[in-house]
Design a protein around this ligand. Structure first.
Ligand code: IMP
Ligand code: MG
Length: 196
């Protein structure tokens, strides 16, 4: 049985506030954009909710989309200093010569974004930009920034709106921070049990 009672949830950003911010962000993306079709690539699983909202708003700005997803896994980032990222599911869209926007839920150490942009650049897109819903600059290991950022957040563990803890809470329509009660053995490392 899952021990939800050991976790303390503290609301961080309401559903209303995040929708308002995404509206502003999409306006920014739309005004910078100058291609024919835009390929948006979501990093699964965390970006699924953000992607769904972004794509519906880009439609309202009359931007024709090609939508694809990519899955990356990082191995041993707790114990191995390299924190190597590999692509376990690649895009199937031909992005050569296209405008591409890579979407992720959160920019943390920066490893995922670094490796995935490097991978996508080999496919020769005309333009490759990045957009993250959240940015946690305090935890950066690789010097990388996203072109579009929804919210800068403090170094706390966040769930909801696609982000998980131990594969759970992705479905929350708002953002919450979580901490652990004394009885939880995971309390010492809030960054231990999330998946991509
Ligand atoms: P990075 O490679 O360290 O930048 O990791 C980015 C990935 O780590 C994100 O796509 C998330 O899946 C995950 N992640 C980082 N911080 C959090 C968090 O606070 N909550 C949930 N997932 C997180
Ligand atoms: Mg993710």
């Amino acid at each position: 049985m899952y021990q939800k009672q050991n976790i303390i949830f503290k609301p961080l950003i309401t559903e209303f506030d995040l929708k308002v911010r995404i509206g502003v962000l999409v306006k920014e993306i739309a005004s910078d954009y100058n291609g024919d079709e835009l390929v948006i690539i979501g990093l699964l699983k965390g970006s699924f909710m953000f992607m769904a909202d972004l794509s519906r708003l880009l439609y309202l700005h009359d931007i024709p989309l090609l939508i694809d997803f990519i899955i990356a896994s990082s191995y041993g980032s707790d114990t191995v200093s390299s924190g190597k990222v590999t692509i376990t599911r690649d895009i199937t869209t031909d992005i050569k010569g296209k405008w591409v926007l890579l979407i992720d839920d959160i920019l943390d150490s920066g490893r995922t974004m670094y490796y995935v942009t490097k991978h996508l650049r080999k496919k020769k897109p005309a333009v490759l930009k990045t957009c993250v819903f959240l940015d946690k600059p305090d935890r950066r290991v690789i010097d990388i920034q996203a072109d579009y950022v929804g919210f800068k957040v403090p170094d706390e563990f966040i769930v909801g709106y696609g982000l998980d803890y131990d594969s759970r809470y992705r479905e929350l329509p708002y953002l919450s921070t979580i901490t652990f009660k004394e009885s939880n053995p995971d309390k010492k490392d809030n960054h231990k049990n999330f998946t991509k």
